[in-house]
Design a protein around this ligand. Structure first.
Ligand SMILES: Nc1ncnc2c1ncn2[C@@H]1O[C@H](COP(=O)(O)OP(=O)(O)OP(=O)(O)O)[C@@H](O)[C@H]1O
Length: 423
């Protein structure tokens, strides 16, 4: 069985009248990378500080490696826990190399100095964090991101059994975020890591387990999939998110759902049906729904990314089982939407035997305003996988009055004219 590296029991922390941690308990197994998430001010930093003994909780206990933290001398504790704080109070006059070497202090006697092995450990920590080239620079004269990497190097030089990091990537560019988190990840299982994150997706990608906090309490603990649910995110951050499965990791990743205020507020909104597929409809659906059009979509395969977009935007969509031809039932649903629509937009989707029924139904809807998006001016051209049937259908639709538009602004202009009755 894996041993527990850190255990906190019923931690209470107050600042004046404000309860900042309210009976918070957690257990972190050896070798785990655990992320702490939650909105600003919910108590993440305070939890890290209480666990690392920077502050004393009013109640509760912290055990590190099986022993109460109170039983450790500061020097001993520093060989177990390495902390990288969020606010990095910089030490004037020290070079980067000296700062990293401070990580070795817990291992040195009062009068003994660094040995070759200590220098080697510091060099390795600096190489790992890409800070070796900064060795002779003053800590006060490097960038916030460089400083963050130097402080991580110092914590690594400490060779702790557990690392506590408060927003370790907050000052880092995306390249260094990935680099540092990959390094931290590679330290496990030899080192146990607890890190505060604001980026939910980075946390989901790198951490084994997550802790979600809200107002001084822990509200969820578990794997990224258990913690990063739509319900939890709504509860804690009060923001709608789409939870998807990351294509590389199978873990969740979150996409914020912006709900734009409709720009069109007067009169009856125009109903526009979008015939799309393969991701060709996302931009159109977003543009039209954000302008206040009543958008519908389909028929779409349930695993088509356009279907995901429609669902995310709250657009009613006629859905078909993946890889199945358009069924009678879906077709009937689709035709019912066409009958209610004021206009139809066909995006630059590929047309094959699976979805040509979408176009055939349009041919049987006389009087419907049809707009065909074709950026190169030629509807379909190389995307007809029906042996020419779809091309013939498109030509017939265009002869029947379908309008070809080259981009979304022109489409929107046409629809606005239709709405205002100027065409
Ligand atoms: N030294 C202090 N004195 C008084 N109140 C404090 C002190 N430190 C933190 N607080 C308050 O305690 C609460 C929790 O702060 P904490 O820094 O733990 O939050 P956090 O979740 O880490 O926030 P953030 O995401 O903004 O970093 C906040 O309301 C904060 O204002």
């Amino acid at each position: 069985m894996t041993a527990e590296m850190i255990r906190a029991e019923d931690l209470d922390v107050r600042y004046g009248d404000v309860q900042v941690l309210d009976a918070v308990s957690l257990a972190v197994n050896e070798g785990t990378f655990i992320g702490i998430l939650g909105p600003n001010g919910c108590g993440k930093t305070t939890l890290i500080r209480a666990v690392s003994s920077v502050i004393n909780p009013a109640a509760g206990a912290v055990y590190v490696d099986g022993r109460d933290v109170g039983e450790y001398s500061p020097r001993e504790l520093a060989t177990r826990l390495g902390a990288v704080p969020q606010e990095t109070a910089v030490s004037f006059g020290f070079t980067v190399e000296e700062i990293v070497q401070m990580g070795r202090h817990p291992y040195l006697g009062r009068l003994s100095s660094m040995k070759e092995a200590d220098y080697a450990i510091c060099r390795e920590a600096m190489d790992l964090t890409s800070t070796a080239h900064l060795a002779d620079r003053l800590i006060t004269e490097i960038s916030g991101g460089e400083r963050q990497r130097v402080l991580i190097a110092r914590a690594l030089a400490q060779q702790p059994k557990a690392l506590l990091l408060d927003e370790p990537t907050s000052h880092l560019d995306i390249n260094h975020q990935i680099e540092i988190l990959s390094i931290i990840r590679s330290l496990t299982p030899g080192v146990t890591v607890i890190a505060v994150f604001h980026d939910l997706n980075l946390a989901a990608y790198f951490c084994d387990r997550l802790i979600l906090m809200e107002k001084a309490k822990i509200v969820a603990v578990g794997t990224p999939a258990e913690v990063l649910t739509d319900a939890h995110i709504r509860q804690v951050f009060d923001v709608p998110m789409m939870v998807r499965i990351h294509p590389l990791t199978g873990r969740p990743y979150l996409v914020p759902r912006y709900e734009p205020a409709p720009a069109v507020s007067t009169g009856t909104p125009l109903r526009v049906h979008v015939v799309c597929g393969g991701g060709t409809g996302a931009e159109t659906m977003y543009a039209l729904s954000s302008q206040g059009y009543q958008v519908t979509a389909g028929v779409l395969s349930a695993n088509d990314s356009d279907c995901t977009t429609a669902e995310g935007l709250g657009i009613p969509v006629v859905r078909e089982s993946p890889f199945a031809p358009v069924s009678e039932r879906s077709l009937a649903e689709y035709v019912a939407l066409l009958e209610r629509a004021d206009a139809v937009v066909i995006t630059e989707m590929p047309v094959g035997p699976g979805n040509i029924a979408n176009l055939r139904a349009l041919e049987q809807s006389p009087g419907l305003r049809i707009f065909v998006l074709a950026r190169d001016g030629t509807p379909l051209s190389s995307r007809d996988y029906t042996g020419g049937d779809a091309t013939a259908l498109f030509s017939s639709l265009c002869r029947g009055g379908a309008v070809t538009v080259r981009d979304i602004p022109s489409l929107v202009a046409h629809l606005a004219a239709l709405r205002n009755g100027t065409v």
